[in-house]
Write a protein that binds this ligand. Structure first.
Ligand code: NCD
Length: 322
């Protein structure tokens, strides 16, 4: 069976953030993801679409899901992969970020998947290479492919995000996932409530189209979806909550609190979870949890992103996807 979809020439060379993307663009990626999800269900989930292309993962920060799913997506599209890890590289010998990027580019990489603890690094990298760049998480700024896979997962469950009430709970201040998701969820028509102690909310939220609550129990019963975030301790300079125990008591989703969540509500988490803090083990496996669907969909979504960035745009038919 051939998949017949035309990619309009409206996509940029890079995917640096959800900011600046139109609803139409977001919807097109989600639609394309559906086609790639179908490939994932085949006995041999591999197509020759990106044969001869090279995908380099360039991670200056730890990752399990994002890196593995990008690499698996690249392999399913028959692309070659290059893997760079900051810890075992010549960075430790004083090589600069720019030199590192130039070396990786000169090995023929067509796309660099970049994760870095400094906001704006993927954008800088895009100025130093001919390759496409995908932001796989930059500091507290954005994590666009996580937001896209979350939208896809919600849409898969409910058909549409229009009118959905989504609560994002936890360390919003330091979360690139929250920022990308606020932009993506609201652009697709959802109503977003940020739920956190005041110390874990960003200072500048005036332009964010969201409601805010400092009391999880006040709003939990209104949610169609509850998106929990990890406490990003690695980005916090000082203790912003009295203790993790206190935080878990007021903002953690445990079995007792989950009784107040509607029976048809959905529970999401980008991973990695800190069980016993923002979520308990039993809630992770609650029948309302779609955390594992998020992981599975991450591969199909990233196949769609790689395909869109690397296949020639004009009148691209997915002939190779058979
Ligand atoms: C997130 C990240 O790295 O920003 N994880 C992910 O990509 N799946 C969230 C986190 O680290 O808590």
């Amino acid at each position: 069976m051939s998949i017949d979809i035309e990619i309009p020439p409206m996509f940029n060379k890079h995917l640096l953030g959800i900011e600046g993307m139109t609803r139409e663009q977001l919807e097109l990626i989600l639609e394309l993801t559906d086609r790639f999800a179908e490939i994932g269900k085949r006995p041999i989930p591999k197509v020759p679409a990106l044969r001869g292309r090279t995908v380099a993962s360039v991670f200056f920060e730890d990752s399990t899901r994002t890196r593995l799913s990008f690499e698996s997506a690249a392999r399913r599209l028959s692309a070659d992969t290059l893997t760079f890890s900051a810890g075992s590289s010549s960075l430790s010998k004083g090589e600069s970020l720019r030199d590192t990027v130039e070396v990786i580019s000169s090995y023929g990489a067509d796309v660099l998947i970049v994760r870095h603890n400094m906001a704006g690094t993927p954008k800088r990298v895009s100025e130093w290479t001919q390759a496409s760049v995908v932001n796989a998480g930059d500091g507290c700024h954005e994590h666009p492919t996580q937001a896209l896979l979350d939208c896809y997962t919600l849409k898969q469950q409910r058909g549409s995000l229009d009118g959905m009430s989504i609560g994002i709970v936890g360390d919003i201040r330091h979360s690139r996932v929250a920022r990308s998701n606020v932009l993506a969820f609201t652009s697709l028509g959802a109503k977003v409530t940020l739920i956190a102690p005041q110390t874990l909310l960003p200072d500048f939220m005036e332009n964010w189209p969201v409601d805010v609550s400092n009391v999880f129990d006040d709003v939990i019963a209104d949610l169609d979806a509850c998106y929990l975030l990890r406490m990003q301790s690695e980005r916090q300079s000082k203790g912003l909550v009295p203790s993790l125990r206190e935080y878990a008591k007021d903002f953690g989703l445990n079995a007792r609190r989950s009784l107040f969540l509607r029976k048809d509500a959905l529970i999401l988490h980008p991973g990695p979870t800190n069980q016993g803090v923002e979520i308990t083990a039993e809630v992770t496996t609650d029948e309302r949890s779609i955390i594992l669907d998020q992981v599975t969909n991450g591969v199909s979504l990233r196949m769609a992103v790689l395909f869109m960035l690397l296949s020639p745009h004009e009148s691209t038919q997915m002939d190779e996807v058979k």
